[in-house]
Design a protein around this ligand. Structure first.
Ligand SMILES: [Zn+2]
Length: 284
C-alpha cells in the first residue's frame, strides 16, 4: 500500500512537471496510448511520436511552419527515427528540421520538392487558413538538406521493446506506407484511412490499386485494433471494411456519388458507412 501511494504521488508530480514544462501556442499534443503521442499541427494534420526503450519514432513531420523538432526533443530524449507515411507537403513538410528521414522511394521526389521554402509557404496557405506561427514557435535553426532513406514493405524499426513494421499501401500516393506497431496492435496510416480519403489528386494511383491496398489491410485486420490516421481522430480497425465496400461500390457502379469540391480540385465522392472516398472517374 505504502509503495502504491508513493508510486501514485511520483506519477502526479512527474505529470505536473511535464505539463508545466512543455507548452506550445502552435501544436497541441497528448499521450493517446502508453508512450504514443499525437501532435496536432495547428488543427491541420497529425504527427505521431512512438517511444520505445531505446529510440523514438516520429510518424510524419507535418507542414513545417513551426518548430516540430524542438517540441519532440521536449517529449523524448531518445535517438529519433523519422518516417514519412507519404511525400505530401502536409506530412513531409517539416523534414528540413531532421537530418535523416525514411520514405518510400516512389514518394521521395515529392518529399524533397515540398521542402523547398516556396512550396512550404504554399502548403501553409492552403492548410493553415493563412495563419503562421509566432516568432517563438518558428523553427530557428538552419534548414537541413535531409538525407532521404528508402524504405520498403516489411522493413522493421526496432525501438526497443517495440517493433514497427512497414506495410506498403499504394493508393493516395504510389509510395504511401502504413506503420504497424506489432505488439500493441496500432496502425499509423497516413492518408490511407482518413474519414475522407483523397484519390483524385494528380499522382494518385488508380482506384483499383487502392482497393488492392484496402483488401491487403483487410486480410491483416486481426493484427491491429486501432487506426491512427493523418487527419482526424483514431478509428477502430473495422473501418477498413467500410472503405473496401465504399471503393467496390464505385468500381461496380452502384454508388450514388456526389460532386466534391476542394482547394486541391474537384472530384466525385462516394460514401459507405463511415467511409468516404473522393475520386477521379477517369482514374479508376
Ligand atoms: Zn496526403
Amino acid at each position: 500500500m505504502y509503495k502504491l501511494v508513493i508510486s501514485i504521488l511520483f506519477t502526479i508530480i512527474c505529470t505536473i512537471q511535464l505539463s508545466g514544462q512543455i507548452t506550445s501556442n502552435w501544436f497541441s499534443f497528448k499521450e493517446i496510448e502508453k508512450n504514443v503521442w499525437v501532435i496536432d499541427d495547428h488543427k491541420a494534420v497529425n504527427v505521431y511520436l512512438i517511444i520505445g526503450k531505446d529510440s523514438s519514432l516520429i510518424v510524419d513531420t507535418g507542414i513545417g511552419s513551426a518548430d516540430l523538432h524542438s517540441l519532440i526533443s521536449k517529449l523524448t530524449d531518445k535517438p529519433l527515427i523519422v518516417v514519412n507515411t507519404h511525400g505530401h507537403s502536409d506530412h513531409a513538410g517539416g523534414n528540413y528540421q531532421f537530418a535523416q528521414v525514411f520514405v518510400h522511394p516512389q514518394d521521395s521526389l515529392n518529399a524533397r520538392i515540398c521542402n523547398l521554402s516556396e512550396n512550404r509557404l504554399g502548403a501553409a496557405k492552403n492548410m493553415l487558413r493563412g495563419e503562421s506561427p509566432s516568432k517563438e514557435d518558428m523553427f530557428s535553426g538552419t534548414p537541413i538538406h535531409t538525407k532521404l532513406v528508402p524504405v520498403h514493405e516489411g522493413h522493421l524499426f526496432n525501438l526497443g521493446g517495440r517493433m514497427i513494421q512497414v506495410i506498403e499501401t499504394p493508393g493516395h500516393t504510389p509510395g504511401s506506407i502504413c506503420l504497424l506497431d506489432m505488439k500493441n496492435k496500432l496502425l499509423f496510416s497516413g492518408d490511407n484511412n482518413n474519414t475522407l480519403v483523397w484519390l483524385f489528386l494528380k499522382g494518385c494511383s488508380p482506384l483499383h490499386d487502392y482497393l488492392k491496398t484496402l483488401e491487403k489491410l483487410g486480410q491483416r485486420i486481426k493484427e491491429f485494433d486501432t487506426l491512427f490516421p493523418g487527419h482526424g481522430i483514431p478509428k477502430p480497425a473495422g473501418f477498413v471494411n467500410d472503405q473496401i465496400l465504399c471503393v467496390k461500390s464505385i468500381l461496380n457502379g452502384t454508388c450514388e456519388s456526389v460532386e466534391y469540391k476542394s482547394f486541391a480540385g474537384d472530384a466525385m465522392m462516394c460514401t459507405f458507412g463511415l467511409a468516404s472516398v473522393a475520386y477521379n472517374p477517369d482514374n479508376l
